[in-house]
Design a protein around this ligand. Structure first.
Ligand code: ARG
Length: 585
């Protein structure tokens, strides 16, 4: 592992030394970089910025092999052009490193990330898509940066809704039996599980509505569940297990790995609930109000102007969602020793998390050393700009959406392949492209924003799509395959064409892009970097032939270096977003 200083970091340092202040270096269209910091310093020191800028130029070591040209422009900007040789040398250093020169964090912490949290005995819908896709990308990016990441799938596996289901199962014990052992693939097994759960839900609901005695027995069953009565718990466990078969099949399809040990649902905190309430009540953070245990906030009021409390325990003694989340915070900070808690959850839960975090702060569970952050995401919209729903107004089933994306991708690939791919190859690629398209559309949208779910656009070969990036990657591989015996070799002595410089400078920004993504938890910055990289590569490919027409051997080797580093950067970047990069398309 050898981390590489980026050109911008090195230049920033050089100019800072000469200026004695932050030069505020930026990429620029006029030269490679522009330093804007001279102006501010001039103002602060009552000095003429142009003169100051000229002094900086004079103070910089001439011919240092890094800066090819530096000039004063406008009221006191510095325009800086990097030497071609410096670009090539930096790229060679990145290419020599497995991590492409990306440094691992010097002081990694422990982050617990709460994402991919569907609900037991319920169908997964498009709302569960974003949490899973964004969370998975953040896990990968943070781990790559060296952070210790603990995943928590806070599934909805507890609550009064189970009373009716369990009671029905007790009375119809064979309803969840599996027809036959083996045979069915994961996908079929998942579908079969969900259809059993759906049927059971429907039947028990019908009985619940029609039969008052059953209603009473169901309510009693809730009491048994909360008391941990063994037979009831065993039945509840069957629902959880059945649902996991289904969840896993959907996550398989989504190409997201969920490990069993990371699934710690709401039920996982049951043992802590009473203590959590006692601690809150004793410390005065929570108070009794009409029998319920509540936390009040000055700035949170309802439409009527009355304060809206966070209810930790209901008047009937039942614990809700908030008690569980507060207990989870205690577990994640005290037991798991996290410094950062992330929650990748729908924006509609923003108020819930605001109240929960504030309560935890008052209780001393969140401190200056431990931060908690809700990472909200917006809704999926239909082309009409309204929430994405079926014609009858229901949520789309997530699996249907994924299947459709894969199908559309298959059509695009078949069309483009010109008969060169076998049906199996098309089917394989269709999964990588279709699922990639869904993930990319999600991850390229800035967090908090809604986006329109438009499959035609998402699998389009033109524009800001994953397929476009996958094609760019496949093209790099095709070039490398066709390059014969020639290998990527750096030739710093060669001048670079404009398209080569542009590509080189962008490749050098990968590490900084990742650092910024892991600091702000905004995967869309990585997506837009990769898109820029693919477009810049496409321009390079048009303007700078690598294999045909065949350039001079040293030029070819140097261009192969650019291709190879582009390929590896694209592949690594896409992998961090959870998107596959097929070798051929
Ligand atoms: N299961 C919940 C839902 O589907 C999301 C859970 C979010 N995580 C949490 N710690 N509250 O809405």
């Amino acid at each position: 592992m050898a981390s590489v200083n980026s050109l911008s970091a090195t230049i920033q340092q050089r100019v800072a030394d000469a200026l004695g202040a932050d030069p505020l270096l930026r990429r620029s269209d006029r030269a490679d970089f522009q330093a804007n910091g001279v102006l501010g310093l001039g103002k602060r020191n009552k000095a003429n910025p142009r003169e100051l800028a000229a002094e900086v130029v004079a103070a910089l070591p001439a011919d240092d092999g890094l800066i090819a040209d530096i000039e004063v422009s406008g009221p006191g900007f510095l325009n800086i052009t990097v030497a071609d040789s410096a670009i090539t040398r930096t790229l060679a250093a990145r290419a020599a490193d497995d991590r492409l020169g990306v440094p691992a964090k010097a002081d990694p912490g422990i982050t617990v990330i709460d994402y991919a949290q569907p609900n037991v005995a319920k169908e997964m819908h498009v709302g569960h898509l974003r949490s899973s896709v964004i969370g998975d990308a953040l896990v990968k990016i943070l781990e790559f940066e060296g952070e210790t990441v603990i995943r928590r799938h806070h599934i909805g596996d507890w609550g009064t809704q189970f009373g009716m289901l369990i009671q029905y199962l007790v009375e119809h014990p064979h309803e969840l039996d599996h027809d036959s052992a083996g045979g069915a693939g994961d996908e079929e097994a998942g579908e079969a599980s969900m259809s059993r759960l759906n049927r059971l839900y429907k039947d028990s609901r019908a009985l619940f509505d029609a039969d008052d005695d059953f209603k009473t027995r169901s309510r009693n069953r809730v009491v048994d569940l909360q008391a941990g009565e063994p037979e009831t718990l065993a039945m509840w466990q069957r629902f959880v297990d059945e649902s996991k078969i289904y969840f896993n099949s959907v996550y398989d399809k989504l190409d997201i790995a969920i490990r069993d040990e990371d699934v710690v649902g709401e039920s996982g905190y049951n043992d802590m609930l009473v203590e959590t309430c006692t601690l809150l009540e004793k410390s005065g953070v929570a108070v009794r109000s009409n029998g319920a245990l509540c936390v009040f906030f000055d700035d949170i009021k309802g439409k009527d102007g009355e304060p809206v409390p966070l209810i930790v325990q209901k008047a009937d003694g039942g614990f809700g969602y908030a008690a569980t989340d507060l207990s989870a915070i205690r577990n994640r900070t005290a037991d798991l020793r996290a410094n950062t808690l992330l929650y990748v959850v729908d924006f509609r839960q923003a108020l819930h998390f605001k109240m929960v975090f504030e309560t935890a702060k008052r209780a001393g569970w969140l401190t200056d050393e431990v931060k908690a952050l809700h990472i909200p995401f917006g809704a999926l919209l239909g082309k009409d700009g309204k929430p994405y729903k079926t014609r009858s107004g229901e949520s789309f089933r997530l699996v249907d959406l994924l299947d459709e994306a894969v199908e559309r991708a298959g059509a695009v690939i078949e069309d483009k392949s010109g008969g060169l791919l076998t049906p199996e190859e098309i089917a394989d690629r269709a999964k990588e492209v279709g699922i990639g398209a869904i993930k990319y559309a999600d991850l390229s949208t800035s967090l908090g924003r809604d986006y329109v779910f438009d499959l035609d656009r998402m699998v389009s070969l033109n524009g800001d799509t994953s397929v476009y990036l996958q094609y760019a990657y496949a093209r790099t591989q095709s070039i490398l395959r066709k390059s014969g015996d020639a290998k990527p070799v750096a030739h710093p002595e060669l001048p670079l064409a404009p398209a080569e410089r542009a590509l080189g400078l962008l490749l050098d920004e990968f590490a900084e892009t990742l650092a910024s993504v892991s600091e702000t938890y905004e995967p869309h910055k990585l997506a837009s970097y990769l898109y820029a990289l693919a477009s810049t590569f496409t321009t390079f490919y048009d303007q700078c032939p690598v294999v045909k027409p065949e350039p001079a051997p040293d030029v070819k080797e140097n261009r192969l270096l650019l291709c190879d580093l582009t390929a590896r950067t694209l592949r690594q970047g896409m992998a961090l977003l959870g998107i596959r990069t097929p070798e051929r398309l």
